[in-house]
Structure formats: structure tokens, C-alpha cells
Design a protein around this ligand. Structure first.
Ligand SMILES: [Zn+2]
Length: 251
């Protein structure tokens, strides 16, 4: 798919597939893939169907993301939340699996999507971290869950931190910034405003979880700066489009 973002580190892994979608102005709703934001259902499903042909034999998993720290382990080889909202994984912001032919997905427009791959035990995860999830350390907790359940050694994990709003554009007030006060370089202060660096804070969480720095790849793409390619809730004044970050294991 030419109109997509991929990570270098994950692209070198033959055991997994991954991708981050971009906008496509020729498709309905600029190729939004979100079913929960009140667009015409049939058109979004058509966007999804058209897209899924590039990963034949994969079943897509979509969660109802709620800025929680709930982690769901996918055990069944069964599509969920893809053709309907009714069977989406309930109230979860991180998905983990060791099943092949399952595509774990995260929908965002500014929040931080993170893809993880343990190449030794063949385990993958997809995580959604807005400021609330980041504050509650959902990424750290997801790595810990991979350790507990699948015996993952964090130092083997490859991570991709996908396009999300950067500190260039993510202005927050002290009530938000104060949650990250103890983290070095978490924000730049500008009078009474704080420019929060969520991708960096999530990288720090991965380091604290035991990942090697050289295995962590940041896209360094800001969704607000590059709004022609990505949906940005901030830049577009509360847009309803969402792009999708995904990862799946091959057989
Ligand atoms: Zn920016």
C-alpha cells in the first residue's frame, strides 16, 4: 500500500506485518476507518473492506477504546469489531496476541498508537495512549502483561511509536502537564502553557519497562503538522476521522 506509514525496524521482521494508514482524499471521509464516529456506516465498512484486501487471510480486531488501562488478550481466531461495532472488544486500549493471522488495530487522531513485537516468542501488541492512558502507564503495563503471560523478555521487544500529535502542537494546561512533572523533557513550558511530548513520554515508559533504546523507533511525525496525511482532532477542530495502526503475525 503506497499511501501508508511503516517502521524500518518492524519492516525487517519476516514474522510480522504492520502498517499505519494515511488519509486518501479520493475515498469516502478521506479514508477514515472508524465506525464509532457517526459517519455513514456503509461507507466506512466499504473503506475497511477495500483496505483489508491487502492483508488476505487476516482477521481484524478492533476494540472500543476508552482511555482505560484495560489490556485484552486475543485468543480466538475470529474477526471482532471490523464489520460491526456490536462485537468490538469492549472497553480496552491495549491488545495482545500470539495467534497468527490476527490483525490487532488501534484507531487514532492525535493520540499515540504503539506497536510491539517480541520476535522470540512471536507475540504482538497494539496500544492506544492518549494523555490519560500515558499517565496511567498503559504501555508499561502492556509490556508487563506480555512478560507475565507469554514469557516475553522486554529486551527483545521491537517497538514502533506511530504518528501522533507532537510537542510542536500539543498545548496543555498545568492540570495535564503536572502528571508528567517527574519525567525529564516531558514538556516545554511557554508562559502558562505547556507543550507536552507524549511520544517521548511513551518512549521513556518503554525504557523503564526494560526495552533497549535501539529497538524503539519513533515516527517523529506530528499528526497536526502533517494533517494532509493524518487525522488530527486538534488541528481539525474535533474531527471525526481516524486512521489505523495495526500489527499481525504471519504463520
Ligand atoms: Zn506539530
Amino acid at each position: 500500500m503506497k499511501n501508508a506509514y511503516t517502521f524500518q525496524n518492524l519492516s525487517q521482521q519476516t514474522a510480522c506485518l504492520h502498517l499505519v494508514t494515511k488519509k486518501d482524499k479520493t475515498a469516502p471521509y478521506s479514508f477514515s476507518l472508524a465506525l464509532h464516529t457517526q459517519e455513514e456506516f456503509d461507507k466506512i465498512v466499504k473503506n475497511r473492506q477495500k483496505f483489508s484486501t491487502i492483508f488476505p487471510n487476516f482477521k481484524f480486531i478492533v476494540a472500543n477504546q476508552t482511555h482505560s488501562v484495560n489490556i485484552y488478550i486475543v485468543k480466538k481466531n475470529q474477526e471482532q469489531g471490523w464489520s460491526s461495532l456490536a462485537d468490538a472488544i469492549e472497553d480496552s486500549d491495549a491488545l495482545i496476541t500470539n495467534q497468527t493471522h490476527i490483525m490487532l488495530s488501534i484507531l487514532t487522531a492525535d493520540c499515540v498508537p504503539i506497536l510491539l513485537f517480541d520476535p522470540i516468542n512471536k507475540v504482538i501488541a497494539a496500544v492506544h495512549a492518549g494523555w490519560k492512558g500515558t499517565q496511567q502507564e498503559i504501555l508499561l503495563k502492556t509490556v508487563q502483561k506480555m512478560q507475565e503471560v507469554f514469557n516475553t523478555d522486554p529486551k527483545n521487544i521491537l517497538a514502533g511509536i506511530a504518528p501522533s500529535i507532537g510537542k510542536c502542537c500539543y498545548e496543555v494546561d498545568w492540570n495535564v502537564a503536572k502528571n508528567f512533572e517527574k519525567i525529564e523533557n516531558a514538556y516545554n513550558q511557554n508562559n502558562n502553557k505547556y507543550m507536552l511530548d507524549l511520544p517521548h513520554i511513551n518512549k521513556v515508559q518503554l525504557l523503564n519497562a526494560g526495552l533497549k533504546e535501539e529497538y524503539i523507533e519513533l515516527s517523529n511525525v506530528c499528526t497536526a503538522c502533517e494533517v494532509q496525511d493524518y487525522f488530527s482532532y486538534r488541528k481539525e477542530g474535533g474531527c471525526s476521522g481516524r486512521f489505523m495502526s495495526m500489527i499481525g503475525l504471519k504463520a
